[in-house]
Design a protein around this ligand. Sequence first.
Ligand code: ATP
Ligand code: MG
Length: 659
Amino acid sequence: MLIGQQIGPFEVESELGSGAMGTVYRAKFRRSAEKVVPVALKVVALGLLGNEGAMARFDREANILKQLKHPHIVRLIAYGKINKATPYIAMEFIDGEALDRVLARRGKLGWEEVVSYGKQLAEALQYAHDKGIIHRDLKPSNLMITKDGVLKLTDFGIAKDTDVTALTGANSTIGTAAYMSPEQCKGDRNLGNKSDLYSLGIVFFELLTGRKPFTAETTVEMFLKHVNEKAPRIGKQVNDLPPKFESLILQLLEKDKEDRPVDASWVARMLGEIEEDAFARKSAGLAAAQARTAKPTNQSGDRMDAADRDAARALRGKKKKTKKKVVLPLFQQKWVHAVGILAILLAIVFGAYLMLRTAGPEQMFAAIDRADTPAAKADAAGKFLDTYGAKGGELVDKATTIFREATVRERERQLTNRHDSRTLRKPIESDDPDAFDNAMQAIDAEKSGDFALAEAMWRKVKSRFPAEADLPFTTNEQLLAKARWGWVADKRLADVKGARAELAKLHEKIKDSRLHELPLKPDTTNPESLAIRTLRLKEFGDPEKAGRTCDVLVTLAEKESERRAWFLLGTHLRSTIPKGANDPVAVRRQRITEWLNSTDRTAKQVRDEPEHPERGVLMRTVRNRCRDVAELYEDETDEKVKEEVVRAAKIVEALPKKQ
Ligand code: ATP
Ligand code: MG
């Protein structure tokens, strides 16, 4: 224990707490002969920094962190090594509490408070990101709140080995894993700013609900959830949570970093907007509250309760009354009557103003939102564009997008119906016969998984009326009949492109999962999982089961326009799977047995040759090969195959412990 000791310029006073990296003490730091400042002294646990590389990184990071000077980042005051061995960092002492303790005390926080902390935090992050520093370990225990409600971010990635191996090893902390981004979980060494944004999303989730989005027994299980599992929605659990805040959190928690917000300052801006919206709503509420001063009631007609009154008072900038004077009840005072009548009149005028105001574009736009089929949406958006289209502006842009999307959706539906029906498969009067014919061929190509042909055919469709296709929108019927050919073709070309990109990603994902030994459990409701499984089964040499899996994918994705890329990927995969043998069960059994026999031989080699130079690689190969059998066949009912799945597990068990 260091308490009471003098270590270099520090006099250690008391322990503040400890975490994964060591212990934090409150200490007095003698800056100069006459200047003594309180500091939080973090002494890094010895075991963690045993190697040269880690020490060098500690120095390098501490050096960078010294340059971070921001109102919402805990200042690094000094760093070094006690007795030339134990690294320490001395930080500005924060007289306050870490948010994990606040949570422990209060369960959860109100959304307004979270927005306020969130803004400060996002600003701090942007500042660090601009300097190329990623925090890597955002979590409530690293967020200190001063007595005045000011947030201070601490523990920037210093001396942290947040890589997967360090965490899955002896010092594993599920606490830290709970906040890690999917890319961090996968062991990506080039973490970007967006990794912090994901963790920020988890922190918001926890502060608002008092729970973490994912719970797990082990670190690895937690990693898998970050990578694969969707976070639960929180809207219903949090009182009055603005939908905008919820969608911000969902966006922060996107698995693919490309889908997350562009940067922390964008997040800060959004939070600012959320706050402003709420303020505007409250102010509107206040006008109504004032109108009711004569007899305070709330919306449901009951008398205003204490909370309502407090809110209204706070908005008017008045303090809560503490002393009680003997006065007439408010509603019996004459001046109140006068003010009340005036306020009611004002409220009526205000209401009329609101009604008149919303009778404009906003109200018409709202009708688009309310329409629930593509055809109705296209219709409502068309009406809006007819009236306001020429004006331009944000609403017009939005309406244009909706109009095009809905028109395309409706058109896709018609074309599919005609394609699938023998009697309807001919152009109707308003259809251009060439475009129709090419579209039918394109759909044929899509169904048979021929990407190149599908693309060629859609391009032909598009080139039929290029000028009309370039129109952002049109509600003129004749023009529209031509333009939408190009719009549909554009959408379908994008789908094929998406399918190609997805395919490349899937190969990467499988490779990655082998390298980091991340299991790929089947999820028969998820197109990506089905596609991965198809690829693996094909690679394993089981065309029959690969084909079946692929069929599930195709059926799942077929009906939905948004899943078109997955449908295309499915038909494409199906076209690459060779025809299965006549007796697939026998072939399967034999294939698995041979696979495991050869795996077992490698396992034996690992056991017999402890000095083998490629031992680590061999062990990984064995584990991955056994995983293939376990993951691809655990749903099998065939007795022989079941036995082999058990054998695969045994082979892994008999391996020496993971290195
Ligand atoms: P991790 O090691 O992953 O960051 P942790 O945040 O739980 O985990 P520490 O960083 O060691 O653990 O911090 C332990 C406790 O020390 C914190 O929870 C906080 O209460 C206190 N603490 C940390 N930094 C300061 C500071 N600058 N001023 C005052 N107290 C601090
Ligand atoms: Mg900490």
